[in-house]
Design a protein around this ligand. Sequence first.
Ligand code: HEC
Ligand code: HEC
Length: 344
Amino acid sequence: MALCLFIAAFGWTTAPISHAQNTPAQEELPPEPPLGLDDVPVPDDNPMTRPKIELGRMLYFEKRYSGDGKVSCATCHMPRRGFSNARQYGTGFDGRLTLRNVPTVINAAYNETHFWDGRAASLEDQARGPILHPSEMASSEERIIRTLGAIPEYRARFKEAFGSPGVSLERVVQAIATFERTLLSGNSPFDRWKYGGDKSALSPRAIRGFEVFRSKGNCVKCHLVDEFSAPFTDDKFHNLGVGMDKKPLQLGREVITKKKKDRGKFKTPTLRHITQTAPYMHDGRFATLEEVVDFYEEGGHPNPHLDPDMKPLKLTKTEKADLIAFMGALTGDLPEVKAPELPK
Ligand code: HEC
Ligand code: HEC
């Protein structure tokens, strides 16, 4: 309802801009989620509209507002690399490396907190981070206004999306977050098997792998599979010992909460599209899923703060291979995202 009013209020103000994906104003947003996912949460103060999604898509690929004009979100979160970058770290402004591995943005719309240490509470809040960070996009609100505000088509698109042509950091992050709420992946072979009643969607090996994932491996304890949907994360923080073997120690969540009980904890990542987003863990230390499974088999890295759910697993060779086959069945349908033609 609020959405209809929003469109009704601002629809008439727009100069007609032709979109490849132009859709009728009565279109329901957000759309039905794919099989295996819940409804996408959308904040009241940033309703989802088609013009905002399209603007967000452009700003996701737009490099001109970054500090050196060479970095965009897509530089590190690349659509053809499972929205990560296939490297241990990201490379941003002036070739600087990020301190952590690039997580996927697929299904980030569902995260209760963002970043490996959960320091951002919303997608809007999150997007400010890389835009302003000196080793990511190294931009500023002043630079955003100067670069984007000088391009007439952007002014028209901001007007269409927000009701007036003003460019601001707030509007940029709202549009990008709205676009990110469309980057959903469900309907994987696993979802079709588990939620869609298609008993042939999973191979026997992957079905056995799911059994290991649920029982002996105890993976579901943190990578949740619910009755009607499977986020593959609990949105919580755990110490697996990753980074507790480094100097200086990687304190993770403790830096944010200042609580010792959070020492060495990092956020459980989703496992959707996991075969496309190597290397793994917050420091990108493992090149393959085999290495990840070996790490769990040993019960993680011992340290005084190790999560009580981390115990040596004693998996057989077949069980390990099954588990990996199962993780290979978590890649689903993603909307095809190509770099759009950007305003001149
Ligand atoms: C230079 C590489 C780089 C660029 C550019 C970049 N990111 Fe990231 N992104 C990262 C890294 C690295 C992290 C993890 C950082 C951390 O947790 O401390 C991250 C984390 C995220 C997360 C959190 C995901 C989760 O599961 O917690 C989202 C969402 C995200 N980025 C979106 C964006 C958007 C939107 C942009 C553009 C405005 C962007 N990123 C630009 C490297 C980059
Ligand atoms: C105690 C909670 C917990 C359990 C149990 C658990 N995980 Fe994890 N998983 C995590 C956390 C937290 C991370 C990120 C750790 C880090 O980077 O420091 C992670 C990371 C991963 C990654 C890497 C993801 C990426 O994008 O880098 C994979 C793959 C994975 N887990 C698979 C499994 C499998 C398979 C099992 C069962 C054998 C399992 N997990 C059991 C919490 C858990």
